[in-house]
Design a protein around this ligand. Structure first.
Ligand SMILES: *[C@@H]1O[C@H](CO)[C@@H](O)[C@H](O)[C@H]1NC(C)=O
Ligand SMILES: *[C@@H]1O[C@H](CO)[C@@H](O)[C@H](O)[C@H]1NC(C)=O
Length: 404
């Protein structure tokens, strides 16, 4: 009797040490492809996901990588499954021989159908980020959000406190990210130790730094903006990739009429004159990207880095190129890219100040209060953007893009 009790105790310790946490999903490189990622303290014989739409499980096996930051040690598991767009699945992660988690469910993002997407950059898991976390969890449920786009600078920082801050971030996210595919770009705050946390924690398509995926009527392109400023050795590979994706998107407008690029750093914004983000650094990004965006009809560029919200008129080389109707907040057939900074969901105790007096005529509006973005893409002619203030979910700015 005594012996049995000891064995049970030992078993339960091993089990709890192996309980998967930090569960999150991402969209793969083809429609319907989903990558499941989670962490355990100890290795398991295999890394498996099982999914079902009814009573029969389908099994998928993946790979692991070791994660170590001083005494904070993990095994990170990654499994990719080709599923059916629009289908709802029940899934469990774990190991066929040692056991699975309880059941979760997710709806695989749809292709060629209306979608809602959450977007923001620069969100911490401490300090002022808290109210935004509560909000986006509710919004994700209420609006059937199908993807979450994060334009870099996560957790402040993923690597802080022997990377336990990163663990907290992934666990804070799990109520959303276990069913809303999370697509991330790296910011300057991810750069520590050659992006060790970023590269290990996330499974993005292609290089993880720059990649493309489609959802609804949109083709997205993630770019790595540090490459334009400090990591220029990445440019010979990244620039042709960007050009190819944009070219493909231009050829593929029937299926994916909207092209949205996101990255951490801004191209058009206003900020304090002592901050190079909106001046010399933005100029460098424009040098590499702006003419390609124009040539291939990029609809929106989304970034963080500057801690507030701003959006522009359609602008090219500093000149407004087409009419924006301020009464109905509508861009009708814009002839160049619209630039949106959504970097104010809560990084520090206060966001960056914003002085709209004397701002250039390409700037439409901005706000300093904590906020995040929700994008509704209805069809191939109508796209609607809402900026929601954290704490009360009030819509503080919104706009349409309509293509006739
Ligand atoms: C895409 O690239 C091909 C090959 O260079 C070219 O023929 C085609 O015109 C390009 N498409 C667009 C829309 O620029
Ligand atoms: C596209 O969506 C908008 C907004 O819901 C709607 O007004 C419009 O009629 C739709 N267009 C088509 C072709 O369905």
């Amino acid at each position: 009797m005594k012996k049995l009790a000891i064995i049970l105790l030992v078993t339960s310790i091993v089990l709890s040490a192996d309980t998967p946490e930090q569960i999150h999903v991402a969209i793969g490189s083809t429609p319907g492809s989903i990558t499941f990622t989670w962490s355990t303290r100890n290795p398991t014989p295999t890394s498996d996901v099982r999914v079902t739409t009814g009573s029969v499980w389908s099994y998928y096996t993946g790979t692991t990588r070791d994660f170590k930051d001083s005494s904070n040690i993990w095994v990170i598991h990654s499994v990719t499954a080709q599923l059916t767009p629009g289908q709802k699945y029940t899934y469990e992660v774990g190991c066929t021989s040692t056991g699975f988690t309880s059941s979760y469910s997710l709806i695989v993002p749809v292709d060629s159908a209306p979608i809602n997407i959450l977007l923001f950059g620069d969100l911490s898991t401490h300090d002022t980020g808290d109210s935004t976390w509560t909000d986006i969890e509710g919004i994700a449920k209420d609006l059937l959000i199908q993807s979450m786009v994060i334009a870099g600078d996560m957790a402040y920082n993923l690597n802080s406190k022997s990377s336990t801050r990163g663990d907290d971030f992934m666990n804070t996210l799990q109520p959303i990210s276990h069913y809303v595919p999370m697509m991330v770009a790296a910011g300057n705050h991810e750069a520590k130790d050659n992006y060790y946390n970023y590269l290990n924690r996330f499974d993005m398509p292609n290089t993880k730094f720059y990649y493309t995926f489609t959802i609804g009527y949109v083709r997205f392109l993630a770019i790595h903006t540090e490459a334009f400023l400090t990591e220029t050795d990445m440019l010979p590979d990244m620039l042709p990739y960007i050009k190819n994706v944009l070219n493909r998107s231009a050829e593929d407008k029937q299926k994916y009429p909207w092209m949205i690029v996101f990255g951490h750093r801004p191209m058009y914004c206003v900020c304090d004159s002592s901050d190079p983000a909106c001046t010399t650094e933005a100029t460098t990004l424009k040098y590499y990207l702006e003419s390609m965006f124009k040539q291939y009809d990029v609809d929106i560029y989304v970034n963080g880095h500057v801690h507030n919200y701003q959006r522009t008129r359609p602008v090219y080389q500093g000149q407004v190129t087409s009419y924006y109707d301020g009464y109905t907040s509508t861009y009708v057939n814009p002839t160049s890219t619209i630039y949106v900074t959504t970097g104010g969901p809560g990084a520090d105790s206060t966001n960056d100040p914003l002085n709209l007096n004397g701002a250039p005529d390409w700037l439409v509006t901005g706000q300093v209060d904590l906020s995040f973005s929700v994008l509704n893409v209805y069809n191939n002619t109508h796209l609607y953007w809402q900026q929601l203030e954290s704490k009360n979910n009030q819509v503080t700015d919104s706009f349409w893009i309509i293509k006739t």
